[in-house]
Design a protein. Sequence first.
Length: 106
Amino acid sequence: MENCIFCKIINKEASADFVYEDERIVVIKDIHPQAPVHLLIIPKKHIVSIAHLKDEDKELIAEMIIVAKKVAEEKKLKGYKLIFNVGREGGQIVDHIHLHLLAGKF
């Protein structure tokens, strides 16, 4: 966790372009966007990936999806994709669970 870039961003030890923040979740712009809108919904709780979820994390995952919906509405997005990458084989680069919100041409 001490070398986790997302934990550093959450703790304001590294810079990022914040779109949203509450007590449990942050939303930042992806630094390597794959679409015109590419945001990362990141819980402040460090969880490595979907594969590492516990039953107690159900509410947090639901909150991530609700926050994605809220940000999409604020940005007036009519359509978008939500993607969790799981593990290196699934395209996950940072070992801290995050949800991608992509919109626009892919």
